[in-house]
Write a protein that binds this ligand. Structure first.
Ligand code: N01
Length: 533
């Protein structure tokens, strides 16, 4: 067993871990040891290799801003980048800033224990080594633990069962196969519309219909890219000052202020334009006011009915049990038209739930279906699911799982009482879910870097959020959630997609500007809410 001593231990080599390593090691001169379970960098973009995996946030916005040359030299090929291109980008960043040498890949953290006497974290990894660190940074991502298969009988199945986030790099030959896709979230929609042309039969099991809107993908022209690069400076400022973290026009009107005809024009423009503008740029009150929301929901349902030929299938695809935007809205390319193909069918997994996987396929309460491949697009234990599985023990032997028994919470999404010198990047109760992730990550890392720099400069050895600050911030997160429609839906936003997980707002639903203002205020007040020793 080897024991090494460093300033900072970092878990994860995705967007967050790579930038944290650059900032803390290259810019602040701290010694860093990173750990990554995958054999290479990329995080969520390493693992999610399923057919059709693509970022539904525009590539020119969904990228790092910290290095001027980097953002100019990386030429995105499409308006929305596919997984291989984002992975290549992150590998390029790892090379360009010499980050790989700080990571041990294929290495999992098995425990991280705070020692009050030495004021250090002892991080143990599955390669048998021990790393003693002053600071422990959780950059393990919000989507790194996939939801375990809930259906009994997997071992009986003669074919292949695969979760989308474990798709093999060499792919799976689906040509001529009978394939089931279980789940109709962002992933299920992407994978289904992509494999439909290859397979002999596709059966989509839908428990909850979703408000999917067009993605509007296309190659990124030289002109568009050139314009983005020329104006990156202003664009990035505008992005950070916008709800979603992209320089989209901000919605300033209530949906109820416009006539039905005017609304139709607004919705047409943003529906056809593609992507998150449909939510961010149409009307500001969609997420607060059920009546306003219903105007958008009706509009989207009408489009679904236009696009799907069989009226019964169309009705089944129309969401009726939640407000638009209260489950994370997916984006699609030709998902609805796919159901007009003769070899594609939709099964109502709410009316006739899946009971088990059988030797031949899937049995619902209604009948048995035969398949060669079953694709589980059933989602993730979102939030700090990975950290919860790392055996984290804070002050007085209290485990993180005990501390979060009633729900994951973190002061400004970054710090947890009883766990000094542990910082989360885009952690629970940050605003990451509504905020373009690479930018949110940079902000979060910069905040943590600044805090460590100040603690070091003043000779402090520990920084810990106070119980009162954590509690008050948690109340704020709840108050904000209660002012919106988010709590009315069963979604991962509320921790409600995992059986037994406490139902609580997983994020601060304000969007980027208010969250950034809170963090700026905390920093300006000398890291208010933290106690330093
Ligand atoms: O997971 P999800 P995801 N029986 O939890 C269904 C991001 N992402 O992997 O709604 C039957 O959204 C479940 O049904 P229900 C994005 O933030 C981004 O699709 O619980 N069905 C639902 O339909 C996204 O939100 C991109 O009733 C079951 C589906 O499985 C997040 O990742 C691309 C079931 C799970 O949907 C997660 O998306 C892809 C059961 N027992 C993903 N259990 C980008 O473009 C679950 N389901 C960046």
């Amino acid at each position: 067993m080897n024991e090494q001593h460093v300033d900072v231990a970092i878990v994860g080599a995705g967007f967050a871990g790579l930038y944290a390593t650059h900032r803390l090691r290259n810019l602040q001169g701290l010694s860093v040891q990173g750990f990554e379970a995958a054999p290479g960098p990329g995080g969520v973009w390493f693992w999610n290799r399923y057919p059709g995996a693509r970022c539904d946030f525009e590539s020119i916005h969904y990228s790092y801003t910290f290095d001027e040359a980097l953002q100019r030299e990386w030429r995105w090929s499409e308006r929305y980048a596919a997984q291989p291109e984002i992975l290549a980008y992150l590998e390029h960043v790892a090379e360009r800033f010499d980050l790989r040498r700080s990571f041990r890949f294929d290495t999992r953290v098995t425990s991280a224990v705070w020692d009050d006497s030495t004021e250090r974290w002892t991080v143990t990894t599955d390669d048998g080594n021990v790393t003693v660190a002053r600071y422990f940074v959780n950059a393990a991502g919000a989507f790194s633990v996939f939801k375990a298969n809930e259906f009994p009988g997997e071992a009986d199945f003669r074919g292949t069962v695969i979760h989308t986030s474990r798709w093999p790099a060499e792919g799976i030959d689906l040509a001529g196969k009978r394939v089931a896709v279980i789940g109709t979230g962002s992933t299920g929609i992407q994978v289904s519309q992509t494999i439909a042309p290859q397979v002999a039969e596709l059966t989509v099991f839908q428990r909850t219909a979703n408000f999917a809107c067009p993605l509007g993908n296309r190659p990124l022209s030289d002109e568009e890219f050139g314009e983005a690069v020329a104006n990156y400076e202003t664009r990035r400022v505008e992005s950070r000052d916008s709800i979603a973290g992209a320089p989209y026009p901000r919605a300033v009107k209530s949906a109820l202020m416009d006539s039905p005809e005017e609304r139709r024009k607004v919705y047409d423009k943003y529906y056809q334009g593609g992507g998150f503008r449909m939510l961010a740029s149409t009307y500001y009150d969609l997420i607060f006011n059920p009546e306003a929301n219903a105007t958008a929901a009706d509009y989207i349902r009408d489009r679904i009915r236009e696009r799907v030929k069989d009226p019964e299938v169309a009705e089944l695809l129309c969401p009726t049990d939640h407000a638009y935007g209260t489950k994370r809205p997916p984006f699609e390319i030709d998902y609805y038209e796919m159901f007009n193909l003769p070899h594609v069918r939709l099964v109502d997994a709410r009316a006739t739930p899946i009971e088990r996987i059988t030797e031949r396929g899937v049995a619902t309460t209604d009948r048995e279906f035969e398949f060669d491949v079953i694709v589980l697009a059933t989602g993730f234990d979102v939030g700090a699911g990975a950290l919860m599985r790392m055996g984290v023990v804070g002050r007085n032997g209290r485990t993180l799982t005990e501390h979060w028994a009633d729900g994951q919470r973190a002061y400004i999404g970054m710090a947890t009482h009883g766990f000094p010198n542990l910082f989360h990047i885009n952690g629970p109760q940050s605003s990451a879910t509504l905020f373009n992730n690479p930018l949110a990550i940079e902000d979060s890392v910069d905040f943590v870097g600044g805090l460590i720099a100040q603690a070091d400069a003043r000779g402090h050895t520990t920084a810990e959020v106070t119980e009162a600050a954590e509690e008050r911030y948690n109340e704020l997160v709840r108050e904000v959630a209660d002012a919106t429609l988010f709590p009315t839906a069963t979604s991962w936003y509320m921790g409600a997609n995992i059986p037994g997980k406490p139902r609580t707002p997983m994020y601060l639903f304000t969007g980027a500007p208010m969250y950034r203002a809170i963090c700026a205020e905390v920093e300006a007040m000398g890291y208010a809410g933290f106690s330093f020793d």
